[in-house]
Write a protein of this length. Structure first.
Length: 84
């Protein structure tokens, strides 16, 4: 993932999209913003997620830059429940 490149935010059904991904937003100082299953992290800080219990769409927002109800595409680093 290249720094400064924003990923497309897609509206998804929270029940069908259990795992969220990551994005880089220019308005966030080109820092990676992670959101995995309702747990939030910002500025490249990793954390452990719980893949068995996905949160509702409104709880999947990253720290900044995402509209309410938006879910991130699956990122390879999120598949195991870990951030960057």
């Amino acid at each position: 993932m290249k720094s400064g490149r924003a990923l497309e935010v897609r509206q998804r059904d929270a029940q069908s999209q259990a795992v969220t991904g990551a994005a880089v937003y220019p308005e966030c100082g080109n820092r990676q913003i992670w959101a995995c299953n309702g747990l939030q992290g910002a500025r490249g800080v990793g954390f452990t997620g719980h893949l068995q219990n996905p949160a509702p769409a409104e709880k999947l927002r990253p720290a900044c830059g995402a509209p309410k109800g938006a879910l991130w595409d699956l990122a390879p680093d999120c598949r195991g429940g870990l951030g960057p």
